[in-house]
Design a protein around this ligand. Structure first.
Ligand code: SF4
Length: 334
């Protein structure tokens, strides 16, 4: 009797670039290096990046996640507190100083660049229009660079249509770094239509990592029966990748955090799978998803690479002398 079960063929279009961007890599390195340099506990304000696996991995190493600085016990004031990659309002470092806390800022340099562009608009007398998602930590951080009332948030074309600024000839815009490139172009076009004197930022606010991941998914999506994006439900750039996959022609798209979430009955018979990961999703989870498909399908990996990335951001000055080995990051990079 032949018990061998024939697995159906599957082409996995594996997008590149995918997963960790330079800003996320740097933020995780900062916590890992701070633990090496100062020992546990190292406090982290807010999820360092939007990924449960990363947060739990750092907790296991001795990081303690808090939402606000007043949760840090007085006896641990000398231990570092790290601010997340999304950036923080100006009031947060001010609060840290007033509490005599030692802080390490892991704000992505590309988010800091958006902060500077918003401040520049204001310095030149413009009211700032921020295109972004209400309540996202990056939006809270960017709005918090300027005094209350100096920034108006718009999310959609409809928001732009409803927007009635006090001085329509004196506006400058910036955007969240992780938005949909195509949707944002539509919102900017409507702003320019309504407010012809609107000033653009000196450089695009949507970052290279967001742009590259969306472009790779767009190229790979046509003809995919299913497109899986590895990422968290609160990760803006991961959710945008799901939308991009659907719009570019994938029949279905799912946001998945771990392989054990895959519902095989629901996935059913597929011949082509698209696969990518948001900027905060570790490569080890991508490997886990591929292994799960290989157990059930005769899977072949077809690389769908649109560009190479070589961005690399330096960690904070205080941590530059602390050695970082491949082993220190193997739990996320594989
Ligand atoms: S997605 Fe872009 S802005 Fe956000 S951390 Fe990564 S590189 Fe920085």
């Amino acid at each position: 009797m032949n018990l061998q079960v024939t697995r159906p063929p599957l082409s996995i279009r594996l997008c590149g670039p995918r997963g960790f961007c330079a800003g996320v890599d740097r933020a995780i390195q900062i916590v890992v290096l701070a633990l090496k340099a100062y020992g546990a506990p190292v406090y982290v304000r807010h999820e360092i990046v939007h990924n449960r696996y990363v947060v739990e991995g750092l907790e296991a190493k001795g990081a303690v996640f808090v939402e606000e600085l007043d949760e840090i016990p007085a006896e641990h004031r000398a231990q570092p507190v790290v601010f997340s990659a999304h950036g923080v309002p100006k009031s947060v470092p001010e609060d840290a100083v007033s509490r005599s806390l030692f802080y390490l800022d892991a704000t992505c340099p590309l988010v800091s660049k958006v902060h500077k562009q918003a401040m520049r608009h204001q310095r030149l007398g413009r009211h700032v229009v921020l295109i972004g998602h209400a309540g996202h930590p990056e939006v809270i951080g960017t709005m918090g660079q300027l005094p209350p009332g100096a920034v108006s948030l718009v999310e959609t074309v409809d928001d732009v249509d409803r927007y009635e600024p006090a001085d329509p000839d004196n506006l400058g815009y910036v955007t969240q770094t992780t938005l949909s490139v195509d949707d944002t172009a539509g919102v900017i076009a409507r702003l320019q239509q309504r407010f012809p004197n609107l000033t653009a930022p000196a450089a695009d606010s949507i970052c290279y990592a967001t742009t590259n991941r969306q472009e790779a998914v767009k190229q790979a999506a046509p003809g995919c029966d299913l497109f899986i994006i590895v990422g968290a439900p609160n990760s803006s750039n991961s959710k945008r990748l799901v939308e991009v996959a659907l719009r570019a022609g994938a029949k279905r798209s799912l946001l998945v955090q771990r392989a054990d979430e895959l519902d095989w009955a629901d996935i059913g018979a597929i011949g082509t799978l698209g696969l990518s990961a948001g900027a905060s999703a570790p490569e080890v989870i991508v490997d886990e998803i591929i292994a799960a498909f290989k157990e059930r399908f005769d899977a072949r990996i077809d690389l769908a690479v649109t560009t190479e990335e070589n961005e690399n951001f330096l960690v904070n000055r205080e941590l530059r002398g602390v050695p970082l080995t491949a082993e220190d990051m193997a739990w996320v990079n594989g």
